[in-house]
Design a protein around this ligand. Structure first.
Ligand code: SF4
Length: 288
């Protein structure tokens, strides 16, 4: 029996990463040689693919032997532009427009004498981009209610809350409410990116679809946003987390007529296509 596949309405790369990926590929396909600072996305296949095209990943700008350095969608500290120039590197800047909006909003808030509160992970590249050049006394990076409770927020004249874009801001509502309750001069930045939320909402909708018997979440084992999609779907339907077509098991599809598919933010479309094609082959093999 044929199996129907339903993809979530939103899945995989966000618009910022999608545009960055296209820009880098076009550059490489035109014969350009570049080093990319940090991975474009946390996906080994994408990294290997770009390397084949002549864009290798480096962890520090000083490692680049190519003429061009690529800044990825999640951005870099502003001082890195000057550093690249001093190293004689041209810049291919693929920083997402929304990330630049947050840099600008943070600079405006600092100029207005506000203390910055980044809701995010301190070691995430995007957050490092916001904080690396700042005096450590003028900001906090907060990722849990416990961390928020450990700070005396009333000591600051005013606070500006800014969100790491790869998080779903709604998941941190309790944290932000707590901070707001401690300091009445707290403002939330209006720079929230909804890409992560949209993928999560679409995954939930897919799992609630009565026609869908089983969900496959495609993404990296270490990808936090993939795991979050898995948790959302698992509450509603039998769900498997896979890295690619190679992880599919024929026994999962017994008595299944419709499979729902979603993918983490670091999963390129071609991996989703491969999984879909492999399901078709598994079903054909079972039938023959
Ligand atoms: S701001 Fe949003 S669209 Fe841009 S890179 Fe971050 S998650 Fe993607």
């Amino acid at each position: 029996m044929a199996i129907r596949i339903k993809r979530a309405e939103k899945y995989g790369f966000c618009s910022g990463v999608r545009v960055a990926d296209i820009k880098v590929r076009r550059f490489a396909q035109g014969g350009g040689k570049a080093a990319i600072l940090g991975q474009v996305v946390h996906n080994e296949r994408v990294v290997a693919d770009l390397e084949r095209l002549g864009v290798r990943t480096v962890q520090r700008m000083e490692e680049a032997t190519e003429p061009v350095i690529v800044f990825s969608a999640h951005g870099v500290p502003p001082s890195f532009h000057e550093r690249a120039r001093k190293l004689g590197l041209q810049i291919l800047d693929t920083t997402c427009k929304f990330v630049y909006d947050i840099h600008k909003e943070a600079a405006r808030a600092l100029a207005a004498g506000m203390h910055l509160v980044f809701i995010g992970e301190p070691h995430h590249r995007e957050v490092i981009g916001y904080t690396h050049d700042l005096d450590p006394t003028c900001y906090h990076v907060i990722h849990s209610l416990e961390q928020a409770q450990a700070v005396d927020w009333s000591q600051y004249p005013a606070l500006k809350i800014l969100y790491q874009t790869t998080l779903n801001a709604e998941d941190f509502e309790d944290v932000v409410r707590y901070i707001e309750a401690q300091n009445p001069h707290t403002q939330r930045a209006d720079t929230i990116c909804y890409a992560t939320k949209e993928n999560q909402d679409a995954a939930r909708k897919l799992a609630q679809d009565p026609e869908v018997d089983l969900i496959l979440v495609i993404g990296g084992k270490n990808s936090a946003n993939t795991r979050h999609l898995f948790e959302i779907c698992q509450r509603l339907k039998p769900t498997y987390l896979i890295q690619g077509a190679e992880n599919l098991r024929p026994e999962w599809f017994t008595n299944v007529t419709c499979v729902g598919i979603t993918a983490g933010a670091s999963t390129p479309d071609y991996v989703v296509d491969e999984v879909e094609a492999a399901i078709g082959q598994l079903v054909e093999a079972k039938a023959s």
